[in-house]
Structures are given as C-alpha cells and as structure tokens.
Design a protein around this ligand. Structure first.
Ligand code: HEC
Length: 95
C-alpha cells in the first residue's frame, strides 16, 4: 500500500481538510492507521477498492456516509459547509 502523504507536505487545501478532520472526525477515526477507534481506521480509504461497509470507495459513497450518517456515526450534512466538505474530501484522498 503506498504511504499516506505526510502532514508536513499537505497543500493549503489539504491542510484545511486536516483541520476539519481533527475537529469533526478524529474522535472516532484514526487517519493514519487502519485500526478501529469508535469507527473504522480511515488510512488508505481511497486506496482500497471497498469501504468497510462493502460500498465502493469513491467520493460519492464516502461523502454520503458522513453527510447523512451511518450506524453510530452522526450526520455532518448540517454541520459542515460546502467548502469544508470539499477540503475534507481532498484531505481524505491523501490518506
Ligand atoms: C461519533 C463517532 C464518529 C464520528 C464523529 C465520525 N464517524 Fe465515521 N464512522 C463511525 C462509525 C461507528 C462508523 C461505522 C458505521 C457502520 O457502518 O455501522 C463510521 C464509518 C465511517 C466511514 C465508512 C463508511 C462505509 O461505507 O463503510 C467513513 C468513510 C467515515 N465514517 C468517515 C467519517 C468522517 C469523514 C467523519 C468526520 C466528518 C466521521 N466519519 C465522523 C463513527 C464516527
């Protein structure tokens, strides 16, 4: 599996996405491990063919999961604005 992009090399947009992740996702998901916390580890999220649920690992399915919520995961659709969602998605692609 190719390594995740180091935090020190993130572009400005990726770094903004990292901040969104820290604020909204990090309490339940590791970004740099595939080991579960409260939810599955998200390292290599887009490098795998499938998400933990078995859905294809693409932008639509990933954003749908956190915008609408899933199981014990709350919905973030009303908590993040469009820019934050875009920044977060760009960041998730670095993992
Ligand atoms: C309160 C804890 C919690 C928070 C906060 C949280 N998640 Fe989750 N997340 C979960 C749990 C639990 C699952 C497993 C849900 C299931 O399939 O039952 C999950 C699943 C996922 C999945 C896998 C979906 C799939 O189809 O397998 C992704 C991607 C994800 N979360 C991304 C995020 C992102 C991005 C954020 C921040 C915006 C976030 N999560 C915030 C708990 C959380």
């Amino acid at each position: 599996m190719p390594p995740s992009k180091p935090i020190s090399e993130l572009t400005p947009q990726e770094a903004r996405g990292y901040q969104v992740f820290q604020q909204s996702c990090a309490r339940c998901h590791h970004a740099y491990s595939e080991h579960g916390l409260r939810g599955p580890g998200l390292q290599h999220l887009f490098k795998h063919k499938y998400l933990p649920s078995g859905a294809p690992a693409n932008d639509d399915r990933v954003s749908e999961a956190f915008l609408h919520g899933r199981g014990m995961m709350p919905a973030f659709g009303n908590k993040l604005d469009d820019q934050q969602v875009q920044d977060l998605m760009v960041y998730l692609h670095t993992l």
